[in-house]
Design a protein around this ligand. Structure first.
Ligand SMILES: N[C@@H](CCC(=O)N[C@@H](CS)C(=O)NCC(=O)O)C(=O)O
Length: 208
């Protein structure tokens, strides 16, 4: 049965899963959900994912929300080519880098939080954008340092792309949307460039 991904081009959490699917060469269908039109809060989608956020991966009867859970599911079901290294310590390190993005940066600059800042706290657009910018810049600068402590190589952890790169590239896409200052993260930008040479990352990009 063909995998189905509920996705929106500029949803960075969906972008992570799209890269994983392309990386593993898995055929999949996109079910478009328009986040700006609020389709994620409509009853039909909430029945699938009560959180009302993207992405959601459907594999027959299996329905998985949370991008990292979806990617690890794909990794377990289709281990080659891998997105996590062999050694436990390396896997932990890759997950650590991925979680810096997925748990510490992305949730605070996400559409839902920015909407709450506006609707519940009356924060104006320039301040909302400045908030998001600050969160992203501080988070990426910490990530830059963490990556520098690793084994080196063209990607976040060594010479093969991993889960960490799947989180980094969409986060840099968001960083540019918020006009972040990226001068302090040269290593991350080099890694992004290495990723952009790979078809999986290019095919998964929002413009495609
Ligand atoms: N931790 C979740 C994040 C999900 C998430 O926040 N998705 C965003 C798009 S990147 C969303 O659907 N936002 C819509 C909203 O908040 O209304 C994951 O990794 O899947």
């Amino acid at each position: 049965m063909t995998l189905k991904l509920y996705s929106y081009p500029r949803s960075s959490a969906s972008y992570r899963v799209r890269i994983a699917l392309h990386h593993k060469g898995l055929p999949f269908e996109i079910e478009p959900i328009d986040l700006l039109a609020g389709d994620q809060k409509k009853r039909e989608f909430l029945e699938l994912n009560p959180q009302g956020v993207l992405p959601t991966l459907v594999d027959g009867p299996v329905v998985i929300s949370q991008s990292l859970a979806a990617i690890e599911y794909l990794e377990e079901r289709h281990p080659r080519p891998p997105l996590l290294p062999e050694r436990a310590s390396d896997r932990a390190r890759v997950r650590q880098l991925a979680l810096v993005v997925a748990c510490e940066i992305h949730p605070l600059q996400n559409l839902g939080v920015l909407r709450d800042l506006e609707e519940e706290l009356g924060v104006a657009e320039p301040e909302r954008r400045a908030w998001a910018r600050g969160v992203i810049e501080r988070g990426l600068q910490a990530l830059e340092q963490l990556v520098a402590r690793g084994p080196g190589g063209t990607f976040c952890h060594g010479s093969e792309p991993t889960l960490a790169d799947l989180c980094l590239v969409p986060q840099l896409f968001n960083a540019r949307r918020f006009e972040c200052d990226l001068r302090h993260v040269p290593r991350l930008l080099e890694i992004e460039e290495s990723c952009q040479h790979l078809e999986a990352f290019r095919n998964a990009a929002p413009e495609n």
